[in-house]
Design a protein around this ligand. Structure first.
Ligand code: CU
Length: 117
């Protein structure tokens, strides 16, 4: 019985890791926007992981966002103005404003480098 425990645990861990990786690419937040947040612009900070200027998309490792009850996570955002993609690069710490879009997507309406104070 004891000999079975470790492989079972490993399988469970690997399974969870695979799930986490899959979730990172296209995750959905568990909560739909509430009335309070549906049309609100929300400020957040994070680090740019990658920039897709052609599609006007960024992948950002964002800090927790209490207003939405989101933990820290990596997710992609559509830019309302694709030209904003040229103002940031991978590795940049940024401050940004976002709002809820269609089908659980989130749109960045403004973005700027975050300076350490
Ligand atoms: Cu997120």
């Amino acid at each position: 019985m004891k000999k079975l425990t470790i492989p079972v645990l490993l399988t469970a861990l690997i399974g969870m890791h695979g799930l986490a990786l899959a979730t990172e690419a296209k995750h959905e937040h568990d909560a739909a926007p509430t009335a309070a947040t549906a049309n609100a612009t929300i400020s957040a900070t994070g680090m740019v992981k990658s920039v897709d200027a052609a599609k006007g998309k960024l992948v950002i490792d964002h800090e927790p966002i209490p207003a939405l009850n989101w933990p820290q996570m990596v997710m992609d955002f559509q830019l309302t103005d694709p030209a904003m993609a040229n103002t940031v690069k991978a590795g940049d710490k940024v401050k940004f404003e976002m709002k809820a879009g269609e089908k659980g997507a989130y749109l960045i309406t403004a973005i700027e480098p975050a300076h350490a104070h």
